[in-house]
Ligand binder design. Structure first.
Ligand SMILES: [Zn+2]
Length: 451
């Protein structure tokens, strides 16, 4: 099966995006109402009006907005073949059905296909980087298959090496992290980087969590779920902060129930936070802690989390969080508060781009459009019925657009979507879906569908 990632420039090369309205997400460059972007060998060389560039392929973007690709701060990509299966289930049911049932039937091929389907869906909707918290590492073959799918997709990914679905299948988690670092992730130029996906001291014995945090510190990044409503030991993150185990190498996901002290430690230590608004609200993890983050001066990233229950595009997450924070702020004002800060479209766009880049420790490369960063760029059609006439760039992107506006997606020098088209998948994801459901003995609500 050959999928995706056509390259317009097999020999490397020069490309100019002409005449776009550019949202750079860079404090100094700001928004440019009409500009060109020159890209050489996948790196942004120059941004400005009417650039003089010879012998470059040109993309006419005069009816488009160019912006950095979205960065999804937390997703379990392997669940791609069990999308839209759990619309009403809470977190406890999710654990029972996904971790204890579906996952047990996943062979390496299913991990590969689930990851590939989800990665391609992310790209199709304008997401160019995902922190993949991949807790399906049952055997080294699962790990190899997951990495292969991420590479094949063309998505920039943090591969979060997660725990196995089954304990007795020869997994090498987490000790294989350093081997993977050496064998698969030694080059700084590739699209994939490595993290440990593990459990917080709230959920496992402290000594185990400590060992995992220390192991991950060498690799540079660990992602853990934290502060889930009704789960785990209170104040464990505070304890870790006191012994110096927090820091920019730690990515805490959800954080709904963390204390004010813990939030202040997060800010002090530069620890990153990812909020996944839809899954947190739908599945009972707690109210997305945007106000706590704002109060502590922490800029969160945003994530999809689980496609079993929520859509895979970042627009949904931006809009859910935007409405939630403003609704809560209005509630306070109506109750007599004198003032209450409200987020705006620039804020949520930062969460969905540069904050995700920082959390993934990739902000030197991606998250904004500036010369020297790689060209992870999406071109969004602004002449569509859902958005014309264009009156404000960021408001149009955040409040009006969606995946139908995504014309072009490039990840460094690879153009993975062009003029609204991506290559299509074969029938293998359907076969994987049928296999995984039958192994889990869970009836599929739409059996036999091949679409
Ligand atoms: Zn998660």
């Amino acid at each position: 099966m050959s999928i995706v990632a056509s390259s317009l420039h097999p020999d490397g090369r020069s490309m100019v995006i002409r005449g776009a309205a550019v949202i750079t997400m860079d404090g100094e460059l700001g928004d440019l109402q009409q500009a060109d972007i020159h890209i050489l060998d996948g790196v942004i060389k120059q941004i400005g009006p009417s650039l003089q560039v010879q012998d470059a392929e040109t993309i006419d973007a005069s009816a488009m907005i160019a912006m950095p690709g979205f960065i999804d701060g937390h997703r379990h990509l392997w669940e791609g073949v069990i999308r839209n299966t759990l619309p009403t289930e809470d977190l406890a049911a999710y654990f029972r059905l996904v971790n204890k049932s579906f996952a047990t039937g996943y062979g390496p091929e299913d991990a590969y296909l689930g990851t590939l389907v989800s990665a391609l869906g992310a790209l199709d909707s304008g997401t160019t980087t995902v922190f993949d918290w991949s807790h399906i590492q049952t055997t080294p073959a699962h790990t190899e298959a997951t990495i292969a799918a991420l590479r094949e997709s063309g998505l920039r990914s943090v591969f979060g090496f997660g725990m196995p679905a089954l304990e007795d299948q020869g997994h090498r988690w987490p000790q294989d992290l350093l081997r993977l670092q050496k064998e698969e992730f030694s080059s700084a130029d590739q699209l994939l980087t490595l993290a440990l996906a593990s459990l917080s001291p709230e959920h496992v014995p402290e000594a185990m969590a400590k060992a995992h945090f220390q192991l991950a510190r060498d690799a540079g990044l660990i992602g853990v779920h934290a502060g889930l409503q009704g789960m785990g030991e209170a104040n464990a993150i505070e304890r870790f902060g006191k012994v110096g185990l927090l820091g920019p190498y730690v990515n805490l996901v959800h954080c709904n129930t963390l204390s004010a002290t813990e939030w202040s430690m997060i800010e002090d230590t530069g620890t990153s936070v990812c909020i996944t608004p839809s899954s947190e609200m739908q599945m009972g993890q707690g109210v997305p802690p945007i106000q706590q983050a704002l109060d502590a001066g922490v800029m969160p990233s945003l994530g999809i989390d689980v496609e079993t229950s929520v859509p895979g595009d970042m627009w949904t997450q931006m809009r859910v969080l935007y409405a939630l924070q403003r609704s809560d702020a209005f509630k306070l004002l109506h109750a007599g508060a004198k003032a209450c800060g409200m987020i705006d479209c620039n804020d949520v766009l930062q969460y969905a781009t540069i904050a995700g880049a920082r959390a993934a420790r990739l902000d030197r490369k991606v998250g904004s459009l500036v010369p020297g960063k790689v060209a992870d760029i999406v071109l969004l059609r602004a002449d569509r019925l859902n958005v014309l006439p264009l009156n404000d760039l960021k408001t149009a992107v955040v409040l009006n657009m969606d995946a139908r506006n995504v014309d072009t997606v490039m990840v460094a020098e690879r153009v993975v979507k062009r003029e609204g088209h991506m290559k299509q998948l074969s029938s293998r994801p359907y076969q994987s879906r049928d296999w995984v459901f039958s192994k889990a003995a869970i009836p599929c609500r739409s059996p036999g569908h091949r679409f």
